[in-house]
Design a protein around this ligand. Structure first.
Ligand code: 4G4
Length: 244
């Protein structure tokens, strides 16, 4: 996969993009990453990239000529998706990340100020994604979140032991609790089933813990989960115990 990022703050990406998983993905040839400074496309000597909004109201807007030129300078492939990270986008989910992980190329655009000129959106942006319902100063952190969520799903990036299929959200369930040594920590033990050596029992317990945690914290997710008859019976038992 090739990822191009367009930003006014290229230095923000260096730490995240050289950390272990990203480094491996790039070293294994699974990820080609390039960051481009939008300011390089500014026409004038002052390198002006923003201007005040028509109609007044204050704040600044990213100029359409500069942004469209910056996108055209990296977009050789006519049908590569050009994704603007913005609070108005469709919300990023595991399913959206999985879809993006199958693309050969992504062009990510990081907006700043109050946003981007609508004509640049119309002419050069094909998709708009939000990482959640809150506002950030710029799209850079959102782009890094998207890149992390997508790159770890590229086959081979996390290695054979990669547990992406067991992730919370991959199957619409939250993960249950995990434990490691020591067997007793500050008076707290480990559920006996985990040290029993009965693999089928361990699997059943883990499934039930995932169902219980999802029911307690994110019951909305259960709507989209693939549930067996046994799962449904267990959830009914939880509801009965809670008296509803
Ligand atoms: C585009 C339009 C993404 C980009 C307006 C970006 C939140 C998210 C930005 C803006 C962002 C998100 C400055 C409001 C940059 N904020 N939730 N900010 N703003 O994914």
């Amino acid at each position: 996969m090739k990822i191009d990022v367009l930003t006014l703050f290229p230095d923000m990406f260096s730490a995240v993009m050289s950390e272990s998983m990203m480094w491996k993905a790039r070293e294994f040839g699974l990820l080609d990453f390039a960051v481009h400074d939008i300011r390089d496309q500014a026409a004038n000597k002052q390198r002006k990239v923003d201007d005040s909004p028509y109609g007044g109201g204050g704040g600044m807007i990213l100029k359409p000529d500069v942004l469209v030129r910056a996108i055209e300078a990296v977009k050789s492939d006519a049908d590569a998706p050009v994704i603007l990270l913005s609070p108005q986008g469709r919300v990023l989910t595991h399913q959206a990340a999985a879809e993006l992980s199958r693309q050969p190329r992504l062009i990510l655009v990081c907006g700043h100020y109050e946003g981007v000129d609508e004509r640049a959106r119309e002419l050069a942006i094909s998709d708009e994604i939000s990482i959640g319902d809150y506002v950030l100063t710029g799209g850079e952190l959102a782009a890094m979140v998207l890149i992390d969520a997508v790159v770890r799903l590229i086959p081979g990036v996390l290695g054979a032991e990669g547990a992406q299929h067991r992730d919370s959200h991959a199957n619409s369930l939250l993960e249950g609790p995990h434990y490691t040594r020591p067997p007793e920590f500050r008076g707290l033990g480990v559920p006996a089933v985990l040290t029993s050596g009965h693999h089928a029992e361990v699997d059943r317990w883990r499934r039930q813990q995932a169902l219980k945690r999802t029911w307690e914290r994110r019951p909305d997710l259960l709507e989209n989960a693939a549930l067996s008859e046994e799962d449904r019976a267990f959830l009914q038992q939880l509801r009965n115990e809670a008296g509803d």
